[in-house]
Each structure stands twice: as structure tokens, then as C-alpha cells.
Design a protein around this ligand. Structure first.
Ligand code: FNR
Length: 381
């Protein structure tokens, strides 16, 4: 409504509504290295498949249902969220905007949308928590090889009011990312995205002293502790012991892994292929969602990301069994173009699109959606 009212006065929105146009504007604002770090993947196939998969399902609207009041809320980890999406964890945001995650936090707060903060953020988790105020937040953990460091990061997150830990499991190592290789660009090597490490007592205590430069020592230690590729399901027990917070495993795509996650006693999982940034050629995330949700059968929370771009996408993911979804690249484009306000605009527009799509589909609450609202495959062509 705000946009149309401005239009009546001859004004157009400064931030384009169409995501292709927003993406193009972000590309003009960013260095090619930063733009491609965000836009690129481990190739193009899975990124394209993530988006195309939404077209394999179509909503079947119903008519003459009362949609005058609508509820966009979802229940997740025992609490009611007033919106069905959170901002996905995206690292090193200083390459996109000088205020980085603090701007995103302000934007999220203004929109009333919860945020997940990345381990490899450019601002310490405490500073981001302060900017979020009362807005719900989760902390994403790149599970370091050092147990004491993992415990320390999670303790800090708990003390700063983060309500859950998202453990990302699809990033045992960085993938073969050709755009970044051609640009010879890995932001961490110049010390970017390490704020949560350089403010951590356990990390700092373990740093090698001179003659190495401080930056070199930091980066070297970070690359040693970043991940533990030898880790298996049995290691989860130690993580479980180290925090009281609910744990969600991010990057689960196979129903057998979903069952193992339930058996391991975690509170949720996130069906995601990291936006096509890790295994090019892997299954479109949306195609993994139905089988995973079925395997979980409501026993733990199921969150979805990788390809959410519009309101109908959110409805489809929920109808396929997601309790909530994460918004990724689109809010980063908003950040690149207009900082905190850009993040707010992108989030509020998605909410408006979800609300309209829900009403026009004929449901008065996202909670009503299930598989019966969709057709798939040949039925929709
Ligand atoms: C990510 N993602 C990510 N995930 C995570 O667990 N920790 C992280 O630090 C990051 N960092 C990151 C940086 C950038 C630039 C991007 C684009 C993505 C993955 C993110 O949380 C999410 O899974 C994807 O963004 C979803 O794909 P779409 O919908 O953005 O295409």
C-alpha cells in the first residue's frame, strides 16, 4: 500500500521490488569480487535447480473462504513467531556494507523479523545482539575442531540472548568455487569475518605469538580450527553436553540423516544446500524437503532454505512440511543497496507478498497449509 500511495504522487520506490532489478543494482554497488562472493556458488547447476524446483509445485487456490483476518505466524522450538521466516546466516557482511551485521540487525528489528548470526560475522555477536534488542535471534556455529572454542562461542551466544544454535554441517571445507578462484578472493585471508574469533578468550589464548604478524597468526589459527572434517554423528553428544540451547543441524538433505538427527536428540534441522555454494550437482533443496519432513514426522522442527525468493515460495515450502524458512541472498542485496533500510524493505516486501499470496490462495493462516494445497509434476504442466 505504501508503494502504491507514493505512486499516486508520481514517486517510485528507490529500491526495486523485482529481485532481478535489485540484484542488478547490488551488482553496480559492489566490487566484482564481493558481488560474486555473494551471487556465486560452487558452480551454477544446483543454484539454478534450487530456483527451478519451485516451479515443480503449483498452489491450487480455493475461493469463497473468509480471509479477512490472516495469521502469518508459525510455532517453532516451542515459541510462536509472528512471521514465517528468519534471516539466514550470511558471513563476512563487511564486504557488502561497512555496518555489516549491525545494519542487518537494525533492519531485522525494524521489520520484526528474527535473525541468525553467522560464526564468521564481521561484528562480534554481542554487538549484533545489542542492535537487535528484543528481536529473536539464533547463533550459527561453524563447529570448530577445538571443543573449548565451540563451548565458549555457544556460552557467549547464550549470554547474549541467542535462543538456539544452528550447527552448519555442509561446510567441512570450502567448496570449489570457480568465481572466487578466478578472482583469487577469499575474504577470510585478509582477516575479514573473524570478529567472533578475535573477541573470544579461548581463541585468543591459543594464538601463536610473534614473530608472525597478528593477522597472519589469527588467520592461520582460524584455518586450523575452522572445521573438523573427520567428525561423525557420535561427536554430537559432546556438543549436546556443551550447551543448554536447542540445536538445529543445517545442511541436512537425506531422510536417513534426518532420522539420525532425531535419534541424536537435536531439536531441529535445516534442509539446505547452502544456496548451491557447496556441492554443485546436489539435489535442489526443495526436492529434499518433502522426504525429510516425512522422515521427521513432526518430531523436531524442520526449517528450509536455498531458493526462497517470493511469497508463493514460502507457501510451497510450508505446504511441503517446513515449519519456517530462511531468507538468504535477497536481504544481502537490500543491505548492499541501502544498508539497514534495504534489509527492512526486502523483509517487509516478502511479508506483504506472503500475506497476499496466502489470502489469494484462500487460506486464513499459514498453519492451514499442507500437501493438499499443491499439485506437482505432470499435474501442473
Ligand atoms: C551463506 N550461507 C551461510 N550459511 C551458514 O551456515 N553460515 C555462513 O556463514 C554462511 N555464509 C554465507 C555467505 C553468503 C554470501 C551466502 C550467499 C550464503 C548460506 C545461507 O545461510 C543460506 O543457506 C543460503 O543463502 C540459502 O540460499 P539462497 O536462498 O540465498 O540462494
Amino acid at each position: 500500500t505504501r508503494i502504491y500511495l507514493k505512486g499516486a504522487k508520481g514517486e517510485r520506490p528507490s529500491l526495486p521490488v523485482r529481485l532481478e532489478a535489485l540484484d542488478r543494482l547490488a551488482r553496480e554497488r559492489l566490487s566484482p569480487e564481493a558481488y560474486w562472493y555473494v551471487a556465486g556458488g560452487a558452480g551454477e547447476a544446483t543454484m539454478a535447480a534450487n530456483l527451478a524446483a519451485f516451479d515443480d509445485y503449483r498452489l491450487v487456490p480455493r475461493v469463497l473462504t473468509d480471509v479477512s483476518q490472516r495469521d502469518l505466524g508459525r510455532t517453532l522450538l516451542g515459541r510462536r513467531f509472528s512471521v514465517p521466516f528468519l534471516l539466514a546466516p550470511v558471513g563476512v557482511q563487511e564486504i557488502v556494507h561497512p555496518e555489516a551485521e549491525v545494519a542487518v540487525a537494525r533492519g531485522a528489528k525494524a521489520a520484526g523479523v528474527p535473525m541468525i548470526l553467522s560464526t564468521v560475522a564481521s561484528r562480534p555477536l554481542e554487538e549484533v545482539a545489542a542492535a537487535l534488542g528484543d528481536t529473536p535471534r539464533w547463533f550459527q556455529l561453524y563447529w570448530p575442531s577445538d571443543d573449548a572454542l565451540a563451548a565458549s562461542l555457544m556460552q557467549r551466544a547464550e549470554a547474549a540472548g541467542y535462543e538456539a544454535v544452528v550447527v552448519t554441517l555442509d561446510t567441512k571445507m570450502m567448496a570449489w568455487r570457480e568465481r572466487d578462484l578466478d578472482n583469487a578472493y577469499l575474504p577470510f585471508l585478509s582477516g575479514k569475518g573473524l570478529a567472533n574469533y578475535t573477541t573470544d578468550p579461548v581463541f585468543c589464548a591459543a594464538l601463536a605469538a610473534p614473530p608472525e604478524s597478528e593477522l597472519r597468526a589469527t588467520v592461520r589459527h582460524w584455518s586450523n580450527v575452522f572445521a573438523a572434517p573427520g567428525r561423525t554423528w557420535t561427536d554430537l553428544e559432546r556438543l549436546r553436553q556443551a550447551t543448554e540451547l536447542p540445536i538445529l543441524l543445517k545442511g541436512v538433505l537425506h531422510p536417513d540423516d534426518a532420522r539420525k538427527a532425531v535419534e541424536a536428540g537435536v531439536e531441529g534441522l535445516i534442509v539446505s544446500n547452502h544456496g548451491g555454494r557447496q556441492v554443485d550437482g546436489s539435489i535442489a533443496a526443495l526436492h529434499a524437503l518433502g522426504p525429510v519432513a516425512e522422515a521427521v514426522a513432526g518430531r523436531v522442527a524442520v526449517v528450509f532454505d536455498s531458493g526462497i525468493r517470493c511469497g508463493a515460495d514460502v507457501l510451497k515450502a510450508i505446504a511441503l512440511g517446513a515449519d519456517a524458512v530462511l531468507l538468504g541472498r535477497p536481504y544481502v542485496w537490500g543491505l548492499a543497496c541501502e544498508g539497514a533500510e534495504g534489509v527492512t524493505d526486502v523483509a517487509l516486501r516478502l511479508l506483504a507478498d506472503i500475506d497476499l499470496s496466502l489470502a489469494l490462495t484462500g487460506a486464513d493462516a499459514l498453519d492451514r497449509l499442507d500437501r493438499t494445497w499443491l499439485v506437482s509434476g505432470r499435474e501442473n504442466s
